[in-house]
Design a protein around this ligand. Structure first.
Ligand code: CO
Length: 215
């Protein structure tokens, strides 16, 4: 088996580049992290959270899983949310999906991969919920792209419905939840118009985001 020596060498070159520009960069970061952003994205290797928005270490708190799913019983995701909101006081929570997502594709084409099918059941639920909208599209490419978008919109909704977010808003904490989608084919992020910064916004903004997809 090949060693990971090239990764360690790459890491040294990377750290050297950063300290050449800013000698106290890591020393300063070691003392504390104060990111303004919490990112919930897919594990896909083509969607590197911090890198694609051109941020440095220390600027974004990150949670990733297959198909960027937020489930109310997932302690891992909930713990990241709670820490991001209550301890780090992030200003923005960003749910990022991406076109060409393998998890979404598996659901759309009813592929099975074993244990992970249980995780992807949550995407099946999104597909079932929006079956009428999806069936409206003739091409498979369109259905695939729109299911990727719909999944983001539903996960933004889930973030907003968590007790962590609901309680923080109730206590007057200011932060917004956003839904964006990344195109692995051109490296660009697109806003899905699902930005919510208080409970009253949830319903109208959800309806608006869905209307955009169906138009
Ligand atoms: Co993906």
């Amino acid at each position: 088996m090949d060693s990971i020596g090239h990764l360690l060498a790459g890491n040294k070159a990377w750290a050297d580049r950063i300290t050449a520009k800013q000698p106290d960069f890591f020393h300063h970061l070691a003392a504390q992290q104060a990111p303004q952003y919490l990112w919930i994205g897919c594990s896909d290797s083509r969607v590197p959270a911090t890198e694609l928005v051109d941020l440095l270490p220390g600027e974004m708190f990150v949670h990733r899983n297959i198909a960027n799913i937020v489930v109310h019983s997932d302690l891992n995701c909930l713990a990241v949310l709670q820490y991001g909101i209550e301890v780090l006081h992030v200003n923005h929570i960003i749910v990022c999906g991406h076109y060409g997502c393998g998890g979404i594709e598996a659901v759309l084409h009813n592929r099975t991969y074993g244990m992970i099918d249980n995780w992807l059941r949550h995407v099946h639920d999104v597909r079932t919920k929006h079956a009428a909208l999806l069936n409206h599209y003739r091409s498979d490419e369109e259905r695939f792209a729109h299911l990727c978008e719909l999944n983001v919109i539903e996960q933004v909704l889930h973030v907003c419905q968590t007790t962590v977010v609901q309680q923080a808003w109730k206590q007057g904490q200011a932060f917004a939840v956003h839904g964006v989608i990344y195109d692995v084919a051109d490296g660009r992020l697109r806003d899905l118009g699902m930005t919510i910064d208080r409970p009253e916004c949830i319903e109208p903004h959800y309806d608006r985001a869905l209307a955009r997809i169906s138009s």
